[in-house]
Design a protein around this ligand. Structure first.
Ligand SMILES: Nc1ncnc2c1ncn2[C@@H]1O[C@H](COP(=O)(O)OP(=O)(O)OP(=O)(O)O)[C@@H](O)[C@H]1O
Ligand SMILES: [Mg+2]
Length: 263
């Protein structure tokens, strides 16, 4: 008899109790899980291979997702995760995701998480909204899948791009970056990502303003989430709010130089 052990997974900050069991992942269910499962089923139906499959709910009330073979980077980030080739790959992966999700008509009133940090304007797609290095699976140095759709929600493509840039640029004060990203040329990386994604020229001038709005919203959203305790409170106590303020400040100081790189 083959016994599948539960192997704890701890890539990110928020979810507790994420485990691997054989070729599945078990994660706690939340109010948003039915909405996320509908989304993942759509991605499967249209043949998008860059996301885990939903396999159901186990006897302990956890969601069961397929294990995506490969490696999701963890901190301290390995060099392969921050190469320009990886950056291009993430830009292309996000674009493919947006194309796959564009045909998804989410049920009215689906209980998505985190509605508060949406940008103004009509939502265009269900964005992933959390494309961090820890939420991208690589194989052979190439980004192949997005995982952890807990923050997926209706938004604009630009918002999803900007959230990815926050982490992959990164739009962050050097003091708060992972060591391998300390000295990178962020303007150049923003450009590489936007080119790989294929961001229209008409939207390039909106990137930094959207990042500015996003910082304001996410500071507030995170402060409110932290009040509910758990992983968000831990992140807040660990200085997440201060990091957002420093990133905001760094963005304002480097605005013109970054903006010039985007065109
Ligand atoms: N379906 C999957 N296939 C491969 N690896 C996975 C999968 N799900 C999770 N992992 C691994 O487990 C780690 C943690 O999983 P996940 O991102 O779902 O939770 P989390 O990061 O703890 O939550 P959060 O990002 O909300 O803090 C990931 O970074 C990745 O290394
Ligand atoms: Mg994660």
């Amino acid at each position: 008899m083959v016994v599948d052990f539960e192997v704890p997974l701890s890539g990110g900050d928020v979810s507790e109790g994420v485990v691997r069991v054989g070729d599945t992942v078990r994660r706690p269910l939340g109010a948003h899980s039915p909405a996320v499962h509908g989304l993942l089923r759509h991605l499967e139906a249209v043949g998008f291979d860059g996301a885990p499959r939903v396999l159901g709910v186990d006897g302990r009330g956890r969601e069961v997702l397929s294990w995506v073979p490969g490696e999701a980077p963890r901190q301290p980030l390995p060099g392969f995760a921050v190469s320009e080739e990886a950056l291009r790959g993430v830009g292309r992966l996000l674009r493919r995701y947006h194309e796959a999700v564009a045909s998804y008509e989410a049920p009215d009133g689906a209980p998505w998480d985190g509605e508060t940090s949406n940008l103004d304007g009509e939502p265009e797609v269900i964005g992933h909204c959390d494309v961090t290095p820890e939420n991208v699976v690589f194989r052979g140095g190439t980004p192949v899948a997005l995982i952890d759709f807990d923050l997926a929600r209706p938004t604009t493509r630009l918002f999803d791009v900007v959230t990815a840039l926050r982490h992959w640029g990164p739009i962050a004060d050097p003091a708060d970056r992972d060591a391998v990203l300390y000295q990178v040329d962020v303007g150049r990386r923003l450009r590489i990502f936007c080119d790989a994604y294929g961001l229209e020229r008409g939207l390039r001038g909106d990137v930094l303003p959207a990042a500015r709005v996003r910082f304001e919203r996410s500071y507030e959203a995170m402060r409110i989430r932290a009040e509910s305790g758990g992983g968000w409170a831990r992140m807040w106590r660990g200085g997440a709010g201060q990091r957002i303020l420093r990133a905001q400040d760094w963005l304002e100081r480097n605005w013109d130089e970054l903006d010039a790189c985007l065109w």
